[in-house]
Design a protein around this ligand. Structure first.
Ligand code: GDP
Length: 319
C-alpha cells in the first residue's frame, strides 16, 4: 500500500544536523523547492545529546516533520579510534530526537542510517532484509550498532504507537561540505585532498590506504537530499518495511576510484598502496530495487559529482 504524506511549503520542518554533509544538502534542497518554515540549531545552541535540552526545544518549537541527519560520523580511522563516542553520541542523539518527536506529535520523521549496518559478508547487492543476518565489520561496529538501534527505535515506536518514522540507508556519500580532514574523513574526500596537495607540492606519489581491492558505491549528497524529500512524501511505514536503501546501484574499486580522482585533479605522479592500513568491508553495494520501484533514481554520475566536489574543495577549503 502506498502512503503519501504531503509537506506543505509552510510546514515546520526540523533539520537535525543542518551543517553536516547530509543536513546541509537537505536544507539546500528544501529551500530550492520553496519550503519557508525550516527549523535548525547549531550544536552550540542545542546539544542533541542533552535529553532535557532536546525535550524543551521540541516542546517550544513543535516541528511537524523531522529529518534526523545529526550524527557523529567519520571514516575508517576515526571509527576505529573513537568507538566510545561513535556509539554514545549517536545513541543519545537518536533516542532524544525520536522520543521527543513522539511526545510532541511529529507527523513524520526520517532517520538516516548507513550502509555499514549490514553484515560484513552480506551477499551483494545488499537488500534491506539482510539487516541483522550476520556479523558486522569490526572497524565500524559501534557506529553500526547505534544506527541499527535508531532503526529499531523507529520501528518500535511505529509498532507500539502507530507513528510514521522511516529509515533511509544511504551508501557512501560525498559532496560539498564534506569533511576533508585526512584523520577523520572518508576515502573520496581524503583522496581529493591527497591528490590536490601532491599536485600543488609536486610530489612523486600519493599513498592510498589498504590494498585498493575493496569496492564501494558512492552517491552524490545532493542526490541523497532529493531522494530524502521524495521518500518523506512517498515512502511510509505501511510500505514494505520502514527501511529503504539509497544508492546508485553501481560500485567501483578503491584503486579505480584513485585513478579517476588522479585524472580529475590532474596529478601526474604515482599511486602507492599502503597495505598496513585496513581495507574494511570487502564490498558494500546496496540493492536499490525498493527505491527504484517507488520511482526514484540517482542523477549525478561519479565523474560529475567528483568534479563538483573538487571545485568546491578548491574554493572553500582553507586549511
Ligand atoms: P568505509 O567505507 O567505512 O570502509 O570507510 P572509508 O571511506 O574511510 O574507507 C573506504 C576504503 O578506502 C577502505 O578500504 C580504506 O582503507 C580505503 N582508503 C584508501 N585511502 C584512504 C584514505 O586516505 N582515507 C580513508 N578514509 N580511506 C582510504
Amino acid at each position: 500500500m502506498r502512503e503519501i504524506v504531503v509537506m506543505k511549503l509552510s510546514s515546520k520542518i526540523y533539520i537535525a544536523g543542518h551543517r553536516g554533509l547530509v543536513g546541509s544538502a537537505i536544507k539546500r534542497r528544501l529551500e530550492q523547492l520553496g519550503y519557508q518554515n525550516l527549523l535548525y540549531r547549531t550544536s552550540a545552541e542545542l546539544d542533541l545529546r542533552d535529553q532535557k535540552a532536546v525535550d524543551t526545544f521540541f516542546k517550544n518549537e513543535k516541528p511537524e516533520f523531522v529529518f534526523l541527519a545529526a550524527a557523529k560520523v567519520g571514516g575508517i580511522l576515526a571509527n576505529n579510534t573513537y568507538p566510545a563516542e561513535f556509539l554514545y553520541d549517536n545513541l543519545m542523539i537518536e533516542t532524544n530526537i525520536i522520543n521527543a518527536s513522539y511526545n510532541n506529535s511529529v507527523k513524520k520523521l526520517l532517520f538516516f542510517g548507513s550502509s555499514c549496518i549490514y553484515p560484513k559478508f552480506a551477499s551483494q547487492p545488499i537488500k534491506e532484509e539482510y539487516l541483522l543476518t550476520g556479523e558486522l565489520e569490526p572497524t565500524n561496529e559501534p557506529y553500526a550498532i547505534a544506527k541499527i538501534t535508531g532503526i529499531k527505535l523507529c520501528e518500535s515506536y511505529n509498532r507500539q504507537y502507530n507513528t510514521n518514522y522511516i529509515s533511509v540507508m544511504p551508501t557512501n556519500l560525498y559532496g560539498i561540505n564534506d569533511n576533508f580532514d585526512l584523520q577523520s574523513s572518508h576515502v573520496l574526500p581524503a583522496l581529493i585532498r591527497k591528490f590536490h596537495e601532491a599536485k600543488v607540492m609536486g610530489k612523486e606519489f600519493v599513498e592510498v590506504w589498504g590494498t585498493g581491492n575493496p569496492k564501494r558505491e558512492f552517491l552524490y549528497v545532493d542526490d541523497l537530499a532529493d531522494a530524502s524529500v521524495f521518500l518523506m512524501e512517498n515512502f511510509g511505514t505501511k510500505d514494505k518495511g520502514s527501511l529503504v536503501n539509497v544508492g546508485t546501484g553501481k560500485d567501483i574499486s578503491i584503486a579505480d576510484l584513485a585513478k579517476l580522482i588522479k585524472k580529475i585533479v590532474g596529478f601526474n605522479g604515482e599511486i602507492r598502496f599502503d597495505s598496513s592500513k585496513p581495507d574494511g568491508t570487502p564490498r558494500k553495494l546496496l540493492d536499490v530495487t525498493r527505491l527504484t520501484n517507488l520511482g526514484w533514481q540517482a542523477q549525478t554520475s561519479l565523474e560529475d559529482g567528483i568534479n563538483k566536489t573538487y571545485k568546491w574543495f578548491i574554493e572553500n577549503d582553507h586549511s
